[in-house]
Design a protein around this ligand. Sequence first.
Ligand code: SF4
Length: 253
Amino acid sequence: MTGDSRVALMSVTLQTPEGVMRGRVEVDTGPMRLAELVPTAFELTNVLVAQAHRREVHAGRHVSCRARCAACCHHMVAISPPEAFYLQDLIDSFEPAHRDEVMSRMSRIAGELERLQMIDELLNPEYVDEAVLPIARKYFLLGMACPFLVDELCSIHLHRPVVCREYNVTSPAELCVDPIANDIDKVPMPLPLTVPLARLTAELSGESPRLIPIPLIPRWIADHQELRHKQWPGLELFRNFIRILGPQAESQY
Ligand code: SF4
């Protein structure tokens, strides 16, 4: 335990296809909501992304992502339920004018998706797997930017979801403008964390694993208020998450 008796410093060992990764993360030992596990998932993702970047540099490739490119912010960006709760908490913490602006951008996009009768397929649990590609293409062709994109920059950079942290390319940045026509070389991630977070939620809620496109967060949360506020012992939540990462994943004080 650290000086704060509610926080434990946990050692984590992850077996990735590129070798063993060891690190330490702080975990709240008190009652914890799913949203409160997300900063830990961000910490682990940052370590895994850094490992992936080192491998690319070692192989003589360079990540071509740069500020104000934002081509990937026009994709269908689907996140796990804990991240949906986390981002809704974040939006709720904004000044009222800012919060209303973000919520109205989300509502405009959701309204357009509703008009096109795409809501059901976008919230269909099946698309955690291979069914995602046709839906993602259809969404991309609508040309709608993420509601958090402002002046071609991510307005929530420090809080951006796992999938945004993991999305890096080594092909020329200009190819990303049309990912359907062009081959994009994405930096392979040793251990993507979005789906494990969705699986953890499914285990705890008894629902099928699902991802939620960012503009549909408020709509999905409206039907999941109980899950949003439910609490579990923090260490139990964290250990279950680590278990889902694979049989070789471990955590200890
Ligand atoms: S959250 Fe930020 S990085 Fe992710 S898609 Fe939206 S604007 Fe882009």
